[in-house]
Design a protein around this ligand. Structure first.
Ligand code: GLU
Length: 303
């Protein structure tokens, strides 16, 4: 889907998007993210696109993409144009890898994933020339470079790529393209100007800016909304029975709870209103500066 595909309508240069991984139905936190990115786009008469990040065959669940799209429809979160599926975008990722490879920015790495995940990669394979016959991932070289940006919600964020993150994976040993690569390619392809997403992805943003830089692409701006957690501070990741019941029985109430989570004012007169009415009012009243400037918030209400 490109701008050209939807440019028969009037829109401002703003383009936002929601890009869930279809690893299961949406949970409260992902509904919050979808709503925030939708409202940020619509309050500026912008486009709001949906992309399904369905590359990771180990995580993607059968039927989850359709389920997510049905949930967005139930909540009156209507997207523009057609949905983009990352599984149809292999050629674009391969071209990007070739460009990085030609700049001598990639190398093969056969360090076991479970030994390196979640840690700064120390560059073990940087100069090893791992032979082609070994199963290996592809890492992108970082440098002793500080990369920073001003997040529209969380404020200044700066990291030294080499010291804080290390060379990162752009293609796994099982050939799945890395998130830092695909997100950059697709956001650029879709003309996304601002990314509103969960604060669990804040720390991955400097890698993405590094990829943008080396592919000569213009980076979007970012706003990371707080992640909903359980009472113990653990990210909500399950779409539970209570949420499902509320989604089916009273989706407008679910929207109201998500708006309250996002610090927005909600009119008590909305009780009993339908989703379209709640959304219309939410677009009118949307104020990004009211979104709490914290990375996580425990979800206290009933769902
Ligand atoms: N697909 C990613 C996820 O569900 C989010 C991608 C993004 O918003 O940048 O965690």
């Amino acid at each position: 889907m490109t701008r050209a595909a939807v440019n028969n309508q009037q829109f401002s240069p703003y383009t936002g998007r929601f890009a869930p991984t279809p690893s299961g139905p949406l949970h409260f936190g992902s509904i919050v993210t979808a709503l925030a990115s939708f409202l940020q786009a619509r309050s500026q008469q912008g486009l709001w696109l949906v992309r399904l990040d369905d590359l990771d065959t180990l995580r993607v669940k059968h039927g989850a993409s359709d389920n997510i799209l049905r949930t967005l429809q139930l909540l009156s979160l209507e997207w523009d144009g057609s949905v983009l599926y990352q599984s149809n975008r292999h050629a674009a990722y391969q071209d990007a890898l070739e460009s990085l490879f030609n700049q001598d920015l990639l190398y093969r790495c056969d360090c076991p994933r479970k030994e390196t995940r979640g840690q700064t990669y120390p560059g073990t394979c940087r100069n090893r020339n791992v032979p082609l016959c070994h199963q290996a991932s592809l890492r992108m070289r970082t440098g002793n470079t500080r990369i920073g940006f001003t997040d529209h919600i969380q404020g200044e964020y700066v990291r030294n790529l080499e010291q804080d993150i290390g060379d990162f994976i752009v293609q796994r040993a099982d050939d799945i393209y890395g998130y830092a690569l695909t997100v950059v390619i697709d956001d650029d392809f879709q003309g996304v100007t601002e990314i509103i997403r969960g604060a669990d992805l804040l720390a991955s943003t400097p890698e993405q800016l590094w990829v943008h830089q080396h592919l000569g692409l213009t980076a979007p701006v970012y706003g990371h909304v707080p992640v909903a957690t359980d009472a113990h501070g653990k990210k909500l990741s399950k779409h539970d029975a209570a949420l499902n019941a509320l989604l089916l029985a009273d989706p407008a109430e679910l929207l109201i709870q998500a708006l309250q989570f996002l610090g927005q004012s909600t009119d008590p007169g909305l009780a009993g209103a339908d989703t379209a009415t709640v959304i219309q009012q939410a677009i009118k009243n949307w104020d990004l500066s009211r979104v709490p400037k914290v990375p996580t918030i425990p979800k206290m209400t009933t769902v």
